[in-house]
Design a protein. Structure first.
Lengths: 132, 139
């Protein structure tokens, strides 16, 4: 009984963080990704509409904006915490119990952290900050 | 208190652990199971497309001469497939919000239908703004 009480008192911080990232990543992916795929992946390459990433100068101008950099970090990095969680449990559901283990958690959530760091590096090194 | 299954938990024997047995192709048996797996699988194409976007951003660092935007039919086909999965993720995830989010306004819970509608409205507005920026900043 005292053991249970002690467990209850300790907040599940790790759960809170991973669940928060999972939920937010899911929302970000749901609300932001489809229009990027439609405009940059289909309409732009087919030449149906002009898109900023079709020309170097317009693309680099957009990428130099600090708000755009921040937005792209959220757009690219956050969904990977959602993906990590989903794919780990997808493997469990498909009969890979090893996906529950601590090393698997390190690989999947660590992978999301790596993507976040790489994204920060790319955004910082790609276009110099330009205001306006 | 009555202990269920007391006969099997004598001190000498290890506690029996329930191990669910799932047949290999369980998710192919029912449409609902299949759609659930498709929903979880949407993470793979979405992750691939975001990694491509990151690559597209990185390539801009090579300067104006090294920058060629993708225009191959294969890339468009890839994007069309990804868009299908992306829309399915959006539809399922935003619909779930009605179950997950519980907000009370003046002591009355907001109907889940209203919450789902607000999520879809947010999706629509965000999409319009992003498309306007991507197209508006082009030449």
């Amino acid at each position: 009984m005292s053991h249970d009480a002690a467990r209850k008192r300790r907040p599940a911080l790790a759960h809170l963080i991973w669940w928060f990232l999972f939920a937010q990543g899911g929302v970000i992916a749901a609300i932001l990704i489809p229009v990027h795929v439609l405009v940059q992946g289909i309409l732009g390459p087919l030449g149906i509409v002009p898109v900023a990433d079709r020309h170097y100068d317009t693309w680099i101008r957009l990428l130099g904006n600090p708000l755009v950099k921040l937005y792209l970090l959220v757009l690219i990095a956050l969904p990977f915490f959602h993906f990590a969680h989903r794919l780990r449990y997808l493997l469990v559901d498909l009969g890979v119990p090893a996906a529950r283990t601590l090393p698997a958690q390190a690989v999947f959530y660590g992978g999301a952290v790596v993507v976040t760091l790489v994204t920060i590096w790319v955004l910082v090194t790609t276009a110099p900050l330009a205001f306006g | 208190m009555v202990k269920a299954g007391a006969e099997s938990s004598s001190p000498s024997s290890a506690p029996r652990v329930f191990k669910p047995q799932m047949a290999r192709g369980w998710w192919l048996r029912q449409r609902h199971y299949f759609l659930y797996i498709v929903r979880e699988f949407t993470a793979v194409p979405l992750a691939l497309w975001l990694l491509w976007l990151l690559y597209e951003i990185q390539r801009a660092s090579t300067g104006p001469k090294g920058y060629y935007p993708p225009s191959s039919p294969a890339f468009v086909v890839f994007s069309v497939i990804v868009l299908g999965f992306a829309l399915y993720h959006s539809y399922t995830f935003l619909s779930l919000a009605g179950v997950i989010i519980n907000i009370k306004l003046f002591d009355k819970p907001i109907p889940s239908r209203v919450i789902v509608l607000s999520q879809f409205a947010a999706w629509f507005v965000a999409s319009a703004v992003i498309a306007a920026v991507l197209i508006g900043f082009a030449r």
